[in-house]
Design a protein. Structure first.
Length: 262
């Protein structure tokens, strides 16, 4: 355990308490105040000895709907850093792995470093890990992972000889916070057109959502690419898109022979 007055960034995993690690529990237990974006009740994840004895601040209360998400994220990170500057041991608690698609966590680490401080990051099982298990796909020998809106904004066309995972499908098409708005597949028309430039229209893709409750199994909805826009609000919310490879990559036979010989 680190000395007091540390700044922690703590990942809970995707399903809790099943994914809670001893490292995460110990880190939370060492804190005198926690900031969190976790919306589930405290009981499944807060250490028992802290129940009713520690302030847990809901950071989403500081978010402003309709503003750029990065503005909300900066505001949340600043709240955590300010609270930890007065000799108080503070933790930021988030879903999954803090370094996997959590901008608040990244900002806390970055801003702490700029202040000459160091945040201790506690890893957790990420949604990427759970998607691979849900689809029973190995990350080896290679896999492509993109934030869906970013991929389109930077005109990136995935390789069709390697599996692809597109993250944050439920917030596709906007970098603003829209908490009262849930997208259906109709919002994906532009993305579908972009992908159809590389993939055949009958290629089967899957929306995958791993729940934050061990009482409910993962949800996988499979469509042909051309029909992905038919996805419902429930299927798209919180989901990532898994796109299997169309074909195997072209081997360099001389290199393969060399690898086998050495």
């Amino acid at each position: 355990m680190n000395a007091p007055n540390d700044l922690y960034v703590i990942g809970l995993g995707v399903s809790f308490p099943e994914h809670l690690t001893k490292q995460a529990i110990d880190a939370m237990a060492s804190c005198s105040k926690l900031y969190s974006i976790v919306q589930e009740p405290l009981l499944p994840w807060l250490p028992a000895e802290k129940m009713g004895k520690i302030e847990v601040v809901n950071l989403l209360d500081s978010y402003v709907d309709g503003t750029l998400r990065i503005e909300n994220y900066n505001r949340a990170a600043d709240l955590v850093l300010e609270a930890s500057a007065d000799s108080t041991s503070v933790g930021y608690v988030t879903y999954g792995n803090p370094m996997a698609y959590d901008t608040v966590a990244q900002l806390i680490v970055k801003k702490a470093a700029e202040q000459g401080r160091k945040a201790r990051v506690i890893p957790g099982i990420s949604s990427l890990d759970s998607i691979l298990c849900d689809m029973q796909v190995d990350i080896a020998p290679a896999i492509q992972v993109f934030e869906a809106s970013w991929m389109m904004a930077f005109q990136i066309v995935p390789r069709v000889d390697t599996h692809v995972i597109l993250m944050q499908m439920g917030s596709f098409g906007s970098y603003r916070s829209h908490y009262g708005k849930r997208l259906s597949g109709g919002a994906l028309t532009g993305l579908v057109e972009h992908l159809l430039a590389a993939y055949p229209k009958e290629h089967r893709v899957s929306l995958v959502r791993s729940t934050a409750s061990g009482q409910h199994p993962e949800k996988i909805s499979t469509y042909t690419l051309e029909r992905l826009s038919d996805a419902t609000v429930e299927e798209l919310s919180g989901a990532s898109l898994y796109i299997p490879a169309v074909r195997q990559p072209t081997p360099n036979t001389a290199m393969l022979r060399e690898l086998e010989a050495n």
